[in-house]
Design a protein around this ligand. Structure first.
Ligand SMILES: [Zn+2]
Length: 227
């Protein structure tokens, strides 16, 4: 098997009886594998890889991130996402549980025999506390701008959506994981759910309101859903 290097990334070449060249990124480390037709020269493959370098970089990063997320064990040295940044985790043995953040580091004080679930719960409780410091003012600001009032705003862990709104009761839910994302992502979701109090479905009226209140909403949404 041949190898090429593009942008400091080693890529493994597999010559096969195929017509087209294609690239595969393998988890968990984001290894790059290129399958190419027998007749294609290494120089041609390299040129192809160079032309696709942006795609490769994006997918490699996503692949590594996804694998890390799946394997989060809450050990010292791991990266913890917070407001669009990553904090380096330090786990410190302590009888009293708490979380402290300073200068790009997150310190988790917890008993050394704690399980992964107990550590996750401590972190989620902390995310929730941090989110509760942000949400009321954000909701208040946007309710004023949009001219609606939610009957209540709650935070919960949701698997598949960033937020939801019950237009009948006026109740809004925000995903706890928004605290991991950049602040503009949370703002976008708040605006989105509040606009539902004006328009139930995602039709042109809804989009018109979004354009009016948050002109950059499409970009923020795209970032939120590709991260
Ligand atoms: Zn919606």
């Amino acid at each position: 098997m041949d190898k090429i290097i593009v942008n400091d990334i080693e890529m493994t070449i597999h010559k096969k009886r195929i017509k087209h060249v294609y690239i595969r990124i393998k988890p968990p480390m984001g290894e790059v594998h290129i399958s190419a037709p027998q007749c294609m020269s290494l120089r041609q493959i390299k040129q192809f890889a160079e032309s696709k370098i942006l795609w490769i970089l994006t997918h490699r990063e996503r692949c590594v991130k996804t694998s890390q997320k799946a394997q989060r064990m809450y050990c010292s040295g791991e990266c913890i996402p917070f407001q669009g940044k990553t904090l380096k985790l330090e786990v410190i043995d302590s009888q009293k549980k708490r979380i402290e953040v300073s200068q790009g580091e997150i310190k988790m004080y917890i008993h050394e025999n704690s399980t992964v679930e107990q550590k996750k719960k401590l972190l989620d409780d902390w995310y929730r506390k941090m989110m509760m410091l942000e949400v009321p003012a954000l909701v208040e600001k946007w309710q004023r701008i949009i001219g609606v009032r939610a009957s209540g705003v709650s935070i919960k862990n949701m698997k598949t959506r960033w937020g939801s709104c019950n237009v009948k009761t006026g109740k809004v839910w925000l995903n706890l994981r928004l605290m991991q994302k950049a602040p503009q992502a949370m703002e976008y979701v708040v605006v989105h759910e509040l606009v539902h109090l004006l328009e139930k479905s995602h039709n042109y009226v809804f989009k018109g309101y979004m354009d009016q209140f948050l002109p950059r909403w499409r970009i923020v949404r795209k970032d939120l859903n590709t991260e």
